[in-house]
Design a protein around this ligand. Structure first.
Ligand SMILES: [Fe+2]
Ligand SMILES: [Fe+2]
Length: 152
């Protein structure tokens, strides 16, 4: 299966740079929030981190690996199930990037790359231009992973 092939090589790197995120209780709670079909937010953000690493590896792109991984893992840290009928979940597509950034800022010491990655990952739906290479990579791999998760 697709994910099996990329999983083994990259999980060690993800663990090396983001063990604090992986051990965060709210991060773990994301296993209960569904993102696409039966794929949880937790699985989705890990898929995105792995796929982003795969892209930079394949195209030999020089990036800040630690920031790329951390931004990918936290880009959907909005912490609710957006399928639940709740007025605060309205316009999820337009609002969740800001919410994720706000939540992540409270818990983690984010650098400018990570903040920009989270805040702009919904471009072009949200008209905020990704400013760094890492932000562009997240923006692309998030969409590719979403499609793979929906059609698999
Ligand atoms: Fe998102
Ligand atoms: Fe996402």
């Amino acid at each position: 299966m697709f994910w099996e092939s990329v999983k083994l090589n990259f999980d060690e790197i993800i663990n090396k740079y983001a063990s604090d995120i992986l051990n965060d209780l709210d991060f773990k709670k994301q296993t209960k929030y569904m993102q696409h079909k039966n794929v949880s937010v937790y699985s989705h953000v890990l898929n995105v981190a792995r796929y982003s690493l795969k892209m930079v590896n394949k195209f030999n792109i020089n990036i800040d690996t630690k920031s790329l991984i951390r931004g990918c893992l936290l880009h959907d840290y909005f912490l609710y199930d957006w399928h639940e009928n709740d007025p605060s979940h309205r316009l999820h597509g337009f609002t969740h990037a800001s919410r994720a950034l706000k939540n992540a800022n409270k818990v983690f010491d984010l650098n400018d790359i990570e903040k920009n990655m989270i805040y702009t990952h919904m471009f072009p739906l949200n008209l905020r231009l990704p400013k760094y290479k890492e932000s562009i990579i997240l923006c692309i791999s998030d969409k590719i992973c979403a499609i793979k998760e929906i059609i698999r």
